[in-house]
Design a protein around this ligand. Structure first.
Ligand SMILES: C[S@@+](CC[C@H](N)C(=O)[O-])C[C@H]1O[C@@H](n2cnc3c(N)ncnc32)[C@H](O)[C@@H]1O
Length: 207
């Protein structure tokens, strides 16, 4: 793999036939117990490239994918932008293992531009999110009560945080909608992707 390769092409070769669809019943049950959804779906690679451009990610940013599946978004961001941190948090062990394996194969290529890249197997409602400047959730299948709980949790992070969500939020005291992009997802073309800004923090550390 050469340094100038298109991250989309690198990911296509790296993942081959690996995918995140299909779960064991116990994996499904573990996700459902958190109140969220184990439904799988991905942003398309060209749409992810566009999202990186639109967000103008770079030094000073810490990008967190909450529910990172098999890790494609995290690795694409990490190859495309010189962010300080790129973190994926995923509860399902089989998905998390694929993400870790792909990261291990990508590291020696020198294609990662992010200073640090990591995957954690955890419930993102309990994980440490302190340094995040941009949070991404492919959250279309999450219930409204769960999204409200997540909003209350993310509102404890630093003001200025951007939350990129495939589902819109109920009105709340903390997040202001900045923009809506139309990007292709694995389940729908030109799907709405909302970018919210944390304008009023709840000021309690998540460390
Ligand atoms: C729609 S998929 C998105 C995958 C990836 N972000 C992408 O866009 O390619 C959502 C993922 O969130 C995970 N998930 C759901 N609830 C979670 C939780 N509480 N903690 C960690 N992961 C969770 C699911 O297992 C699933 O893999």
């Amino acid at each position: 793999m050469s340094r100038r390769e298109d991250p989309r092409e690198v990911l296509r070769r790296l993942y081959g036939d690996e995918h995140g669809y299909g779960l064991r019943p116990d994996e499904d049950a573990e996700v459902m117990a958190t109140g969220s959804s184990s439904t799988y779906g991905e942003i398309m690679p060209t749409a992810a490239a566009r999202l990186v451009e639109l967000l103008r990610l770079g030094p000073g940013d810490a990008f967190f994918d909450l529910g990172s599946g098999i890790g494609k978004v995290v690795l694409q961001v990490a190859m495309s932008a010189a962010v300080d941190q790129c973190v994926g948090i995923e509860l399902v062990p089989s998905r998390h293992r694929i993400a870790r394996r792909m990261l291990a194969r990508l590291r020696p290529t020198g294609l990662l531009r992010a200073s640090t890249v990591s995957f954690r197997r955890a419930d993102f409602m309990r994980a440490r999110l302190g340094p995040a400047t941009v949070v991404y959730t492919c959250s279309t299948a999450f219930s409204t009560p769960f999204m409200n709980e997540l909003a209350a949790r993310l509102a404890r992070l630093r003001p200025g945080l951007r939350w990129v969500s495939t589902q819109d939020l109920d009105d709340n005291d903390w997040f202001r909608l900045e923009t809506i992009h139309r990007l292709d997802m694995s389940w729908r073309r030109r799907s709405k992707v909302h970018v919210y800004r944390l304008v009023r923090s709840r000021h309690r550390s998540l460390h």
